[in-house]
Design a protein around this ligand. Sequence first.
Ligand SMILES: Nc1nc2c(ncn2[C@@H]2O[C@H](COP(=O)(O)OP(=O)(O)OP(=O)(O)O)[C@@H](O)[C@H]2O)c(=O)[nH]1
Ligand SMILES: [Mg+2]
Length: 356
Amino acid sequence: MTSELPHSCGQEQCNVRETGSCLEGIALEDCPHYQLASEAEEADGRGIEDNEGAAEANEIDLTGTLVRELPHGDALTLTEAGVVSGAGPSRLIVLAGDRDCGKTTLITSLYESFLTGEFCDSRFAGSMTLPGFEQRAFLARLDSGVEIADTPRTSAAASLLVLHLCLVTADPDSRRLHMLLGDLSGERYRLSRESQADARELRFLRYTDRLCLLIDGEKIASPRERIGAIDEAQGTLRSLLEAGVLGDKSRIDVVCSKWDLLQDDDRAAEFVEGGFADVREAFENEVLELHFGRIAARPAQVTKDIPHGFGLDALLRRWISPKVSPDRIESPLPPARDTERECGRFARRYPVKEPK
Ligand SMILES: Nc1nc2c(ncn2[C@@H]2O[C@H](COP(=O)(O)OP(=O)(O)OP(=O)(O)O)[C@@H](O)[C@H]2O)c(=O)[nH]1
Ligand SMILES: [Mg+2]
């Protein structure tokens, strides 16, 4: 376009900028008033201003390049957890159980177990949810000034909040493992027992590595509430199986929490034994794995027998153990034949399909 021509002229009446021709009809290089536009702008200071403008714009770009988006630090959504699990080996464990049974405390105690060093032959290697952990652990810390340790209630609105711990395991390959600990609100758990529609909403349980179902030890300690506590756990498992969100590929831990309240109560401890046996009988053949445990993530009174985080090591070891897919065919390569090519040997590993 003519207006973009880089011409300029010292005579006001000359249109060389627009037309590219000299007012006096002479060759541009012969005209004493003619200048290149950039020279003219530099002479009156405009070029410098523009250069400064460009420099400012560059500075903004540079800032944009240098400022990194940091993780928000609070618990992740299920979608965000999916992104983390795509980054490397991972385990998504969902903790479920009635209100106040101790799910959040279990998660924060696991995190705290790594604050002093190695735990379960693994070391802490980072977390995208450190503020999330700290926020949950805050009320439990002695220096927070509350007399009885407590954790903020998990919101019922979010169906699953996921906390992230990256661990380096001590095996020879020293691999990093992303532990994704899902905290299902007590309210969502109760609804899943009472309605099939609500149970179906927990369809993400199909894709999790384990479901850890907590039975509240405080309820077991109460003779009036203990039968209901085991019945509710059984009812929830039944409802989730019928809704199809659990099935023959599910791995489940059934764990009695707050064991510190039961250790001196033989009748309650026997009741837990019996309850676990009933759950085993009812569900063992319907799921892939069923394990039972007892924990005291944060005992009211720490003793030699029940230290802080009692039972968590057994649980975590199971959670970080190598993942074996039920569909995986464990079939080593057969010995090579003399003149056989590698692909032929590979093909022989699988039996030829029967013709229909
Ligand atoms: N005695 C004892 N109390 C515990 C233990 N673990 C947790 N608690 C207490 O149980 C209460 C409830 O714990 P939370 O972890 O908040 O329970 P939750 O299952 O996350 O509850 P919701 O978020 O409401 O579903 C808190 O007051 C904890 O301090 C334990 O091992 N022993
Ligand atoms: Mg909670």
